[in-house]
Design a protein around this ligand. Sequence first.
Ligand SMILES: NC(=O)C1=CN([C@@H]2O[C@H](COP(=O)(O)OP(=O)(O)OC[C@H]3O[C@@H](n4cnc5c(N)ncnc54)[C@H](O)[C@@H]3O)[C@@H](O)[C@H]2O)C=CC1
Ligand SMILES: O=C(O)[C@H]1O[C@H](OP(=O)(O)OP(=O)(O)OC[C@H]2O[C@@H](n3ccc(=O)[nH]c3=O)[C@H](O)[C@@H]2O)[C@H](O)[C@@H](O)[C@@H]1O
Length: 439
Amino acid sequence: MNVSVIGTGYVGLSTGVCLAEIGHQVTCIDIDKSKIEKLNKGISPIYEPGLERFLQKNINTKRLSFTTCYEEGLIGSDIIVMTVGTPQGPEGKPDLSYLERAAVDIASHLNEDTIIVIKSTVPVGTNNHIKEIIDKHIADDIKVDIVSNPEFLREGSAIVDTLKADRIILGSNKPSAIAKVKELYSTLNIPILETDISSAEMIKYASNAFLALKISYINEIANLCELVGADVMDVSKGMGMDRRIGESFLRPGIGYGGSCFPKDVLALQHSARDAGMTFDLLSETMHINNLQQLVLIEKAKNRFGELKDMNFAVLGLAFKPGTDDIREAPSITIIQELIKSEAYVATFDPAASNNMEQVINHDNVNYCTSLYEAVENADALFIITEWDEIISMDLFQVLSLMKQPVIFDGRNCLKEEQLLECEKIEYYPIGRPNLLRRS
Ligand SMILES: NC(=O)C1=CN([C@@H]2O[C@H](COP(=O)(O)OP(=O)(O)OC[C@H]3O[C@@H](n4cnc5c(N)ncnc54)[C@H](O)[C@@H]3O)[C@@H](O)[C@H]2O)C=CC1
Ligand SMILES: O=C(O)[C@H]1O[C@H](OP(=O)(O)OP(=O)(O)OC[C@H]2O[C@@H](n3ccc(=O)[nH]c3=O)[C@H](O)[C@@H]2O)[C@H](O)[C@@H](O)[C@@H]1O
């Protein structure tokens, strides 16, 4: 099939590359010239495991190409997949302007009937709104069907998640359009749920908000565990063994970040408010998450009192391992708090330092190219992102480089056996007993 993908961000690029990989002829369109120039050279503008290899392979086999030109990119397209961003707008309402602009661009260059699949995360009613825009701008004799097909991939595992998704949701009132989109995915053998457009749109928000809720729940349990002397890691494990609860998304930490959970929970709350409902569970989920991002700072203040003029190493900047994305990352809140306290910060991240430097460029913050450089002379170390490189660091070397052997582990990711071997360490995890060896 000939497929045009609109937008080459995390979703668009992963979708385009994977559709080419399973044999479709794919053209990706983006308005960002510099991205398209890079992509045409086989360079991925984002860090995503496995993506660049598939990108180069499919460019070489001529199944994948990139352009900034809608006219060229839409020629002969059987299906157009829209993946442009829907960032947080005023009062938490998603900003649909990128999607609306893309809809006008598609409609103005379309010269045959086609199916438009919307993958971007959008509130109920948006697919119909986009269809109205397209109908208004296309030639009278051309017909377009819309299929809502929300995306569930995670950053850091986007390729695997696309090729091995748990489910594909297809929402449409046109059986012929659904049949065609099913054909697009047929070789993947992924279970498909067919539904109406509104339910498909709601499934996306309901899923993301539920996962965010699960994280806030386990984080509150972690905070309670600290107060009553239980170990949240055992609690989480024990809960997860119940198949009705499930073990995933019960990892306690310093809160969720990323480009989607924060914005999607807020957007769902906004939709609820528009519909005359408050949905307090969502407000609580967000409130808990905001406080959780500050938990390590609180622990440091309890330990040291004033943080002024102290040196802190911050390991991990990305909102999760396996990505260079720092959108809404807890590291931003933590570094900003340290700056506010007039402390000095040395950071290390295997992929996200350049992105963070664009957001926080301050005299007190030093971006190091090695983990061991970042910890040198530190009064304490914050672990923010559980990258393999950080989990498997040489703890003895790290402690020997630090001024004081104090570690605040925001992801409970350091190995217990290794910690127990340390003669002198102060280790403060989340929701479990501290390890204090001061002798
Ligand atoms: N990032 C993720 O892991 C996931 C994101 N989503 C949703 O998918 C959508 C896209 O997210 P990301 O890929 O992260 O966004 P992104 O911000 O990484 O990429 C969006 C791309 O669209 C391009 N674009 C904007 N306007 C355009 C236009 N008129 N024509 C062509 N290209 C245009 C931008 O230049 C950019 O390259 C959002 O609605 C998001 O909520 C859904 C699941 C996962
Ligand atoms: O709509 C989206 O954009 C995507 O949002 C999330 O994916 P993503 O944000 O890439 O990453 P996750 O693995 O879900 O992690 C999100 C945040 O939650 C945190 N998290 C996750 C799991 C957990 O147990 N504990 C926890 O604190 C992570 O550290 C991270 O900050 C969803 O998992 C995807 O299904 C969805 O498609």
